[in-house]
Design a protein around this ligand. Structure first.
Ligand code: CP
Length: 382
């Protein structure tokens, strides 16, 4: 569809419903509001590809802090902010005064003062990341309220311990491009072997909570001991009661059998991820390194959990769509042959994140967005 057709289909009252909103988890947003974000993201993507300006927020600061490494999400944040005319600034968490004990609420107050939007990645320690993001959001809002400052400074979760909502929204948009409707599609979200590091739980948690909302038949597979947090499993079960299904198995083959879509990726063993909490709170880096060693030794008991040609042959017609949030451990999570076959697909999947973030920022920041975009499209054609 052309940018103008997509623009025409946007609904201003629906856009009003996402104005001034922060995204901390997809579970807190209604189906309708998530649909609005995706429609807006597709419109902004079409504008971008047609070379139409989307500089809706000039001279505004889009500040992001990362307490973990990132390639895709950092560049998507920077790319989204730049396309909106904002000035992106991305800092490492260890370079902020949080590392000297400044609280999340205090940090939020300072950022509310100085920035116009904020992204946060805080994904490594169970029980901490989402709480940190909530507290920053509270600090921002309390500062703005106390000073009668009418601005809104939306916060975007760029991956926490619970969810990775810009990732799963990008994944969903890619799946909708490929399949249209997800109803009755069989989706395998599976653990896969990784020798590199104990990865966060938030991608599979975000996937099972989001994809179960659209009538899909979602199977989560992992070896014993790699369970996800209870709240996300409960949300997935409850979301699936709306026409989809959700089950948990301990066999990768079972999850892959007849699947239309497979999303195999690694995450850390649950008990060891919990052990990290106390070691991190005590600042015990030697203990954290020891836990990481045990996590990798635990992973190494399951090297057969790899998405290779044998596993893919179990899927529907042997042709399931392979997804990965990236980076993938090639040779461990996925065979080189499978990754080579799907390398353009996973890049297209990843490309949706910049537009998902643009939609969240533009939707939250810009009132009367549809007329503004219409005006911008009109200016371009004059
Ligand atoms: N998938 C994802 O979030 O990638 P990065 O860790 O590189 O941001």
């Amino acid at each position: 569809m052309s940018p103008r057709d997509l623009l025409q289909a946007l609904d201003q009252p629906a856009l009003d419903a996402i104005h001034r909103r922060s995204l901390l988890t997809t579970q807190q947003w209604s189906d309708a509001d998530l649909a609005t974000v995706r429609s807006l993201a597709r419109t902004l993507a079409a504008f971008d590809r047609a070379g139409l300006s989307t500089a809706l927020c000039p001279a505004e600061l889009a500040w992001a802090v990362f307490f973990d490494q990132s390639t895709r999400t950092k560049s998507a944040w920077g790319g989204a902010a730049a396309r909106l005319g904002m000035h992106p600034v991305i800092v490492e968490g260890s370079s902020t005064q949080v590392s000297h004990g400044e609280t999340a609420v205090e940090t939020g107050a300072m950022l509310g003062m100085n920035a116009h939007a904020m992204g946060i990645r805080h994904d490594l320690i169970l029980g901490e990341g989402n709480t940190f993001i909530r507290d920053v959001t509270r600090g921002i809002d309390e500062y703005l309220d106390a000073t009668d400052d009418p601005r809104s400074v939306p916060v975007v979760n760029l991956q926490c311990d619970v969810d990775h909502p810009t990732q799963t929204m990008a994944d969903l948009m890619w799946l909708e491009e490929m399949f249209g409707d997800l109803a009755e599609k069989k989706i395998a979200v599976s653990w896969a072997y990784s020798p590199s590091y104990a990865k966060p739980l938030s991608v599979p948690q975000g996937l099972v909570t989001l994809l179960t909302r659209f009538g899909a038949q979602v199977t989560l597979a992992h070896p014993p001991g790699y369970q996800l947090i209870d709240d996300c499993l409960d949300d997935a079960r409850s979301n699936a009661s709306n026409g989809g299904s959700f089950r948990v198995v301990d066999d990768m083959d079972e999850a892959f059998r007849d699947a239309d879509i497979v999303y195999p990726k690694s995450w850390g063993a649950y008990d060891l991820m919990l052990e990290r909490v106390a070691a991190n709170a005590a600042g015990d880096t030697a203990e954290l390194a020891e836990i990481e060693k045990r996590a990798l030794a635990r992973n190494a008991k399951h090297t057969d959990w790899i998405c290779d040609e044998d596993k893919m042959s179990l899927t529907a017609a042997g042709e399931a769509l392979y997804l990965h949030c990236l980076p993938a451990d090639i040779g461990s999570e996925v065979s080189p042959g499978v990754m080579d076959r799907y390398k353009v697909d996973v890049a297209r999947q990843a490309n949706y994140k910049v537009y998902a973030i643009m939609a969240l920022l533009a939707g939250a920041k810009v009132p009367n967005l549809k007329p503004r975009l219409t005006e911008m499209a009109g200016e371009a054609s004059r």
